[in-house]
Ligand binder design. Structure first.
Ligand code: SF4
Length: 700
């Protein structure tokens, strides 16, 4: 339809940037010279009609002139425009040749937690059925893997929140551990301020003062990486002072006796010493949580992105379980997901060890079920691959020779980025499907342009496990294709079109429903029609007449036998300790106006203007010791590499710690410095602590 100046085009959509998935309307006012835009929050149950600055300005990157609008191949070091037919031919030729020469596992697939459920599902199927490689993983490994593994082992199922966001104000005590919702998920803040108005006692655990800790009644300013030990202290107080819900622990959990015996050996003075949190505060926190009739615990990357992230989260789950604060109104646990589809993105087969519906790739029954849905033989499905960073190691070792990246920027998001860059430069063939020329895309041999949140239809699952449909509200730019069209196009070029014969995205969701049926993340009862009618549907939802589970574990946990598992957790110390050469701890995180590696938000002029460069927070006393002045350029160095950032002197951080955000590439990429050591269970890298030195940049 022809559009005229003065007309308006209303786009009903939802924000692509975090796991709240706020609904909104972007109104495009058509003008003679240029169009203007108004963004309005849209009433919805998750964000209650709120939007933050990221959502308000998300249209800017989607409409940016920086968008990639046609495929490009690298010829003699420069990108040249190619047709889609030529792009598919290049992929077919390279993948076939590399597969024949080195085997199917020489091709890796690397996905992202911002992809829709349909894209995530199809990418998993694409790796296993079109490429027949075992190597697939995704950037969600860096986001949710510790909490996901802990939830699975403790409860038998991993859903971000065990209950609804709307129950937050009903909790009488709330623990916010390693989460800065004020900057990362701002539209959640009113849930907590409402709780405070109801008299809720809020405890924040964070090495820094943030907008979130400001709201707290008690701030435990823990040493980076010492969360598990801190919780051991609180658990000991809960047990010693009889705040345990004995009947819940006895009837609904396993392992309480072993945990009690373990805690008997914990020395509270030691805990105060090693965590840097005064004993009086540890007691106060435990007593507040123990006395409260209802309570919720939230964790996020501050706790999870550690080499003991899995165990640290398990210890928080121990707290929830021994006090019986789960499965009831105003009680529960929540992992505050960072990525837009951090929840759904981890349910449908992008992970090395998973098939759709949280099925296990190692379980013969699960393999047989999915093989039947996909129309292949079970033994044709590859086995378990490796985690995201381990894939980068395989690239470095040249076991993986070709890599297909969709919706991710691994060069900036992986730890030890210099090593990753070295590895990527060894690849025989790198394909990147993205909206922009990201740092990783610049290294590619072939770039495929993908659609934005305004153009791409699909479902996303927010942190509550609420599945939401985001309809397309705008035609694609230029020759851009949707993720699913690209995957089908490549599969066709490889002669696997019979497995990828979709003509619209809803058909993929219909297959996902079947694939997830009977799995832990069961979407069978959810349809596009239902999602259009309702304000999202919670999983598990096993039948069309099932309302969806808003609150989990009211009667039983998901383990066979119905009981939750407690575990004794040792006091763990960070993999890397400070030394004479590297005397400071570095911790990383986010700022209000940016998302992930900043590929999208750095292209929004409003967001970029708010935070246009990276920085390093340092305490004034520490700065004085190292002759660092405010607002000056600093070289920050670890044994893996160095970056240059601007100093920001602040009393809001511990004297032994500096903080740098994670949204920039190149010389400001903090992951050139971070530690690649992995949690042994979930393979989460220890992003949140490493040892560094900082010194003024010497001008030459
Ligand atoms: Fe909502 Fe998160 Fe988007 Fe902000 S970034 S508008 S909180 S979905």
């Amino acid at each position: 339809m022809e559009a005229f100046a003065g007309q308006e085009h209303v786009m009903d959509t939802q924000c692509p940037f975090c796991s709240v998935q706020c609904k909104m309307q972007v109104v495009e006012h058509l003008g003679k010279e240029r169009n203007t835009y108004t963004v309005l929050p849209k009433p919805n149950a998750a964000s209650e009609g709120r939007l933050c600055i990221k959502g308000m300005n998300a249209y800017q990157h989607a409409l940016s002139s920086d968008r990639l609008t046609y495929p490009m191949a690298k010829v003699d070091g420069a990108f040249v425009r190619v047709s889609w037919e030529e792009a598919y031919r290049i992929i077919q030729s390279n993948f076939t040749q590399i597969g024949q020469q080195f085997g199917n596992d020489a091709i890796g697939v690397y996905g992202g937690g911002s992809l829709t459920n349909e894209s995530a599902y199809l990418l998993g199927k694409f790796a296993r059925v079109a490429l027949r490689t075992k190597y697939i993983d995704y950037n969600g490994r860096f986001c949710m893997s510790a909490a996901a593994s802990a939830g699975n082992k403790a409860f038998g199922i991993d859903r971000g929140l065990t209950n609804q966001l709307s129950e937050i104000p009903m909790a009488k005590c709330i623990i916010l551990a390693g989460t800065n919702i004020a900057e990362c998920q701002p539209t959640l803040m009113p849930y907590f301020t409402r709780a405070k108005e109801n008299g809720t006692f809020i405890i924040a655990i964070d090495p820094r003062n943030t907008g979130t800790t400001e709201m707290a009644d008690l701030h435990l300013k823990v040493k980076p990486g010492m969360d598990a030990a801190l919780v051991n202290g609180m658990l000991k107080v809960l047990v010693d002072e009889a705040y345990v819900d004995e009947s819940f622990a006895r009837e609904r959990t396993n392992g309480f006796q072993e945990l009690r015996e373990h805690l008997a050996n914990i020395d509270l003075n030691d805990i105060a010493e090693i965590t840097g949190v005064p004993l009086v505060q540890i007691r106060q926190a435990a007593e507040a949580f123990g006395k409260a009739a209802t309570g919720m615990v939230f964790t996020a990357r501050g706790v999870e992105q550690q080499t003991d992230g899995y165990m640290a989260v398990r210890n928080f789950l121990n707290m929830v379980l021994i006090t019986g604060k789960i499965g009831k109104e105003g009680c529960g646990y929540g992992a505050i997901t960072g990525q837009g589809n951090g929840q759904g993105g981890r349910e449908h087969g992008q992970k090395a060890d998973q098939l759709p519906g949280y099925r296990s790739i190692e379980n013969p029954i699960d393999r047989a079920y999915i093989a039947e849905v996909w129309g292949v033989k079970p033994d044709e499905l590859p086995g378990k691959g490796v985690s995201a960073y381990e894939m980068m190691e395989k690239v470095h070792e040249e076991e993986i020779r070709a890599l297909f990246v969709m919706g991710s920027n691994p060069l900036v998001s992986n730890p030890n980025a210099n090593f990753v860059e070295e590895g990527l430069s060894k690849l025989k063939f790198l394909v990147v499907a993205d909206m922009f020329l990201s740092e990783t895309a610049r290294m590619a041999d072939l770039i495929l342009p993908t659609s934005s949140y305004l153009e791409n239809e699909g479902t996303l699952t927010n942190m509550e496990g609420r599945v939401l449909l985001r309809e397309a509200s705008r035609a694609v730019m230029g020759e851009v294709k949707h993720d699913w069209e690209i995957l089908c196009g490549i599969a066709q070029s490889l002669g696997r079109e019979s497995y990828f014969s979709y003509t619209n995205v809803e058909q993929i969701f219909e297959e996902l429903r079947i694939a997830s049926r009977g799995g832990l993340a069961d979407y069978y009862g959810i349809t596009y029609d239902r999602l259009r009618r309702d304000e999202g549907v919670y999983w598990p939802c096993p039948s069309l007449d099932h309302p969806g589970e808003k609150r989990l574990f009211e009667k039983e946990f998901a383990h066979p036998g119905g009981k939750a598992e407690l575990i004794a957790v040792d006091n763990h110390f960070p993999d890397e300790q400070v030394s004479g050469e590297f005397p400071l701890y570095l911790t990383t995180g986010r700022v209000l106006s940016h998302y992930l590696t900043g590929v999208q938000t750095r292209r929004s002029h409003t967001l970029a203007a708010r935070s246009f460069e990276s920085f390093m927070e340092i305490h004034p006393k520490t700065a004085q010791k190292y002759q660092i002045e405010d607002d000056s350029l600093i070289r920050l160095e670890s044994k893996r590499g160095s970056i240059v950032v601007r100093s920001k002197l602040t009393r809001e951080i511990r004297e032994d710690t500096v903080f740098v955000p994670m949204h920039w590439g190149g010389i400001q990429n903090v992951n050139k410095v971070t530690n690649q050591a992995l949690d042994p269970t979930c393979k989460m890298p220890g992003f949140k602590v490493c040892a560094v030195n900082a010194r003024p940049l010497v001008e030459s």
